[in-house]
Design a protein around this ligand. Structure first.
Ligand code: ADP
Length: 399
């Protein structure tokens, strides 16, 4: 059983073809600049040189057609025919309250996804375009939607209700949804495996630290709180997103600085976070390299780590203790200094990192010191594999 996993953005598309016999990735690729000049596909296959195709792609259907052509390409492909793709798993950012797990895509689901577009205007429309493009090219192949929000649908009301007029939740669906659910679910399951424990017995704090960053509190395998909210803008300071700020700052900027809603949205989404504070970069490698001599680069990192520490402490409270902390995604997997800074000062919770064991990049490891009450794990995330696993399960169940 070979499953194609598609993650469609507004002008880009990531894909992986996974053989579920051994859960091996056969090929992975990225299509960029869809609908613009200079559109390009880059495919990687283990043990081969990168394969790059520069070709005009006017829309997502062109892009997916090129992905399929590349996968079956005689010289550079990995399968003989598109018929070998048994099903397609689509990453969908927002499933609203309608979906607490992945689902086989039919007309009813498509309608529900359209309804969710209001809640995620930047993310859901490209996801829907990707599904439609795949359906047009592979009309008889089953497709599954896997939602970033689904894992967090187990949050209790007191965690997801905002202290706003209740009608805003009832009528406008304004509540905390949470994101990165596929990643938090994957790494928490992996943590239980690494610790050789039943996930039902574990209190886990999962830190997904990439360009977008969020933390989840996971009790017995279920998300009970998470730092992102109604949108992926909430919570931690991120690469370019502000995370939590006093909401009055929004109206202040609009009224006192005469900025439009669009301009404010642009500031808090694209010009804030560690980029905004440092004025230098949203990339943590640049900030790390500059921190010794550049005060604002150091300040940006300090703010980023401080917010993570306060969130970890708060979630230890929400969980009534913590057995395991996970670091994942670009920064969590690769930055030893960030992991150390996130744990520094949390010894009172029994969190003690082993500096030597922490000296690793991009591999799964237990980095807690022998006398740490809490296990601290680095676990590379694999959202694509999680999407493929869900797709396989749902397609087989619906056979
Ligand atoms: P996303 O999927 O949200 O775009 P990633 O999980 O790919 O993000 O993470 C990207 C981030 O990881 C970048 O900000 C980059 O700075 C950071 N990163 C990658 N490698 C390292 C490293 N060796 N040290 C510090 N940060 C790193």
């Amino acid at each position: 059983m070979k499953i194609l996993v598609i993650n469609c953005g507004s002008s880009s598309l990531k894909y992986q073809l996974i053989d579920m016999k051994n859960e091996m990735c056969l090929a992975q690729g990225l299509v960029e600049r869809i609908g613009m000049d200079g559109s390009v596909l880059t495919q990687k296959v283990a043990g081969r040189e990168k394969y790059i195709v520069k070709k005009e792609m006017k829309d997502h259907q062109d892009a997916i057609k090129l992905v399929l052509d590349t996968l079956v390409d005689e010289m550079n492909g990995v399968i003989k025919s598109v018929d070998e793709i048994s099903s397609v798993g689509h990453r969908v950012v927002h499933g609203g309250e309608a979906y607490s797990s992945s689902v086989l895509i039919d007309e009813k689901v498509m309608k529900a996804l359209e309804d969710c577009s209001k809640l995620a205007p930047l993310h859901n429309p490209p996801n829907i375009i990707g599904i439609n493009a795949c359906k047009a090219l592979m009309p008889s192949t089953p497709m599954v939607a896997v939602f970033d929000t689904a894992f967090h649908q187990t949050m209790p009301e007191h965690a997801f209700i905002y202290p706003l007029p209740y009608e805003l939740y009832e009528k406008n669906k304004i509540r905390k949804y949470g994101f990165h659910g596929t990643s938090h679910k994957y790494v928490s399951q992996m943590a239980a495996k690494m610790l050789n424990m039943d996930i039902k017995d574990l209190k886990i704090i999962s830190c997904h630290l990439g360009n977008g960053a969020s933390i989840a509190a996971i009790k017995g395998g279920k998300s009970i709180d998470t730092s992102m909210g109604f949108t992926p803008l909430a919570g931690l300071a991120m690469g370019t997103r502000s995370g939590d700020i006093d909401p009055a700052i929004i109206t202040y900027m609009m009224e006192e600085m005469d900025l439009s809603a669009n301009e404010v949205s642009n500031i808090i989404n694209k010009r804030s976070g560690v980029l905004g504070i440092s004025g230098l970069s949203s990339d943590f490698r640049d900030l790390g390299a500059a921190a010794d001599t550049n005060k604002r680069a150091k300040l940006a990192l300090d703010v980023f780590h401080y917010r993570i520490k306060t969130c970890i402490s708060a979630y230890a409270g929400a969980l009534g203790g913590v057995d395991c902390i996970i670091f994942t995604a670009g920064i969590g997997e690769n930055s030893a200094s960030s992991r150390e800074a996130c744990c520094e000062g949390l010894e009172f919770l029994g969190i003690k990192i082993d500096k030597e064991k922490n000296n690793i990049h991009g591999e799964a490891a237990d980095i807690s010191s022998i006398d740490s009450d809490v296990k601290i794990l680095v676990i590379p995330t694999n959202e694509e594999l999680m999407i493929a696993r869900d797709t396989k399960e749902i397609v087989e169940f619906n056979k």
